[in-house]
Design a protein around this ligand. Structure first.
Ligand code: PMP
Length: 440
């Protein structure tokens, strides 16, 4: 550790000054485990940042990347293509997207996928002769990445406040309702009330001004906020009735986390555009993909045949190395039936997390697929760590016990790799129970 020069690296989303006094450094990642510089092995209950769905450092992906780098390291994606891009787009249409969503635009991250989707939505209405449809409706506590479009539609105040105004956006309530606290899976209550808000906003701003509604089918970074039963269906219906596009930001929920390729497939609710990234390459190489309905895509395929239909793209769109990593990742998901496995392990995961329901300072425990969250009463804990909330103290104690979970505000979030086994589930919730007991 003493050889590390901490002067020059500016860490993202990190309190840099505090971090550099006591840097936490990873040196190795294998399967379910991360290794810290002091040699301690940590069970990764967050799949990195919701991305290493097949477990860390998979040799199949490493070999595919190595081979691709030697064969063709790069190919200009403007006006040219390579075979793997077509293959990957086809497989995403068949294995990840719901029926009818079958055109794929490649990006390098979730943030780029979101900004790409917002641009597609606006451009779509122009192509259809309704250029006044430029507004977006999003949701409080939403996280849609960090590019300017994504920050505009985001509903997390710290992420927006210091950057000023962006696009014209109005925000619906998030879907965490007290009456659904301690639900197993999607809650029973509130779909009508929440969907009615959307109708009100459309009445307020008029559908002729609104391009799209963008929501995470399950909000992740904002604190694992699960939609009540029937809510997504109602949002889809209202968008249909008012001729407004529906964008699902599935950067977290795609690639198996809820038990199928996408939340759209799990719920049977088909949006017009789906943004993805993360699990696409198992986190190994940066890549994102925007999955677009045939109808939206076809609106662009008009005008002079020799002009680009969509003036947008990145130097690294459909990067051959990223495509190779993604194809190897999809092979693993398929060969090991990991989406199905996530669906099967969701029940023991649910039983595990709800063992914590009765802790004195726990105000909600919730789960959906292989995702879970625990809310704690606000404020510092009696035996917590100075300057940290209860949730942050519990996460710090859990790390001492060999488990990494994510704490934000008063919430602990978990999203383990889909290769998780019962023994890992026991280990995670035993450690959390102990950590909670110690803190309170
Ligand atoms: N959208 C959602 C729903 C996300 O969870 C994230 C990342 N956590 C993003 C977009 C942004 O992805 P990236 O960090 O790859 O830009």
């Amino acid at each position: 550790m003493s050889t590390i020069n901490t002067e020059h690296y500016w860490l993202p989303f990190t309190p840099n000054r505090a971090f550099k006094k006591n840097p936490k450094i990873y040196t190795k990642a294998q399967g379910m485990t991360m290794t810290l510089a002091d040699g301690r092995e940590i069970l990764d209950a967050t799949a990195g940042l919701w991305c290493t769905n097949a477990g860390h450092s998979r040799p199949e992906i490493a070999e595919a990347v190595h081979k691709q780098l030697l064969e063709m390291d790069y190919a200009n994606p403007f006006g040219f293509a390579h075979e793997k891009a077509f293959e990957l787009a086809t497989r995403l249409s068949e294995e990840i997207a719901p029926a009818g969503v079958n055109r794929v635009f490649f990006t390098n991250s979730g943030s780029e996928s979101v900004d790409t989707a917002l641009k597609i939505a606006r451009a779509y209405w122009r192509k259809r002769g309704q250029g006044g449809k430029t507004r977006f409706i999003a949701r409080q506590k939403a996280y849609h990445g960090v590019n300017m479009g994504g920050v505009s539609v985001a509903g997390l105040t710290p992420n927006r406040a210091v950057f000023g105004q962006g696009l014209e956006v109005s925000h619906l309530s998030h879907t965490r309702l007290e009456e659904n606290a301690f639900s197993r899976g999607q809650g029973e209550h509130g779909a009508d009330k929440l969907a009615y808000e959307l109708e009100q906003q459309i009445a307020m701003y008029d559908a002729s001004n609104i391009a799209a509604v963008i929501i995470e089918p399950m909000a992740g970074a904002g604190g694992v906020i699960i939609p009540p039963k029937g809510y997504l269906e109602k949002v889809r219906q209202i968008c249909n009735d008012n001729d407004i596009l529906l964008i699902f930001d599935e950067v977290i929920t795609a690639y198996g986390r809820l038990g199928d390729g996408s939340a759209a497939r799990v719920t049977g609710v088909t949006p017009d555009i789906i943004t993805t990234a993360k699990g696409l390459t198992n986190g190994a190489v940066p890549m994102g993909a925007v999955l677009v309905s045939q109808d939206v895509h076809d609106a662009f395929m008009q005008g002079p045949e020799n002009a680009p239909e969509f003036f947008h793209g990145y130097t690294y769109s459909s990067h051959p190395v990223a495509c190779a990593a993604a194809l190897a990742t999809l092979d693993i998901y398929k060969n090991e039936q990991l989406f199905q496995r996530a669906g099967e392990m969701a029940k023991p995961w649910e039983d595990g997390i709800h063992r914590l329901d009765d802790s004195e300072f726990t105000t909600d425990v919730r789960n959906w697929g292989l995702v879970g969250a625990i809310d704690f009463k606000s404020g510092p804990a009696a035996n917590g760590i100075d300057g940290l909330t209860r949730a942050q103290s519990v996460a710090a104690k859990a790390l001492e016990k060999g488990i990494t979970v994510r704490a934000a505000g008063d919430t602990i979030m978990m999203s383990p790799p889909l290769i998780i086994e019962q023994s890992h589930i026991d280990q995670i919730f035993d450690a959390l129970q102990e950590a909670i007991n110690e803190v309170q």
